[in-house]
Structures are given as structure tokens and as C-alpha cells.
Design a protein. Structure first.
Length: 91
């Protein structure tokens, strides 16, 4: 029975007692120490809830095997030539 029920925020993380009629499990009642018993309802899932559809093929781009950063650094070094300098600060 993979049914989910909406209980409320007041009993999140608490151990509760669930009371139901064996003949009709759609009507549940939750009891928690120090609170009045409350009725719960089964969660309704619409068309916007649930599993997402698969992405279209044009959006499924494969991951690249190499990084573009080293290539860009080499091009920059080649372009700047002797004018590139390295600065290091020592404390």
C-alpha cells in the first residue's frame, strides 16, 4: 500500500498513533500526546507532480573530455609573448 497522507506541520518528526477502520482505510485519524486527534486525507497528486519527463535529445549534450581553460591559457601566453609577467607576493 504505497499511499501517502497529508498530516500537517505540527507532527513532523513525531511518533504518532494511526487509527483506521479495517474496512475503509481512506479515513485515518492521527493521535499525538498533548494534541486533539485529527483526521488526515490522502495526498492528491496532479499532472504537475511526480516523475519528470525525459529531456529532448538536443539538450542531452555529452560532457567534454577536456577543459577549455588550458587551451585558452596557452593561446593567451602565445599572444602576449614576452610581455607576460608573473607576480608573486611574499610576506
Amino acid at each position: 500500500m504505497n499511499r501517502k497522507y497529508e498530516v500537517g506541520l505540527t507532527v513532523i518528526g513525531c511518533t504518532v498513533d494511526v487509527l483506521h477502520e479495517p474496512a475503509n482505510i481512506t479515513k485515518l485519524r492521527i493521535e499525538y500526546e498533548g494534541q486533539a486527534p485529527c483526521r488526515v486525507r490522502e495526498m492528491e497528486t496532479g499532472q504537475r507532480a511526480g516523475a519528470r519527463p525525459a529531456l529532448p535529445e538536443q539538450l542531452n549534450t555529452p560532457l567534454t573530455g577536456t577543459s577549455k581553460l588550458p587551451e585558452s591559457a596557452k593561446r593567451r601566453q602565445k599572444h602576449l609573448g614576452a610581455w607576460s609577467m608573473s607576480h608573486r607576493f611574499y610576506t
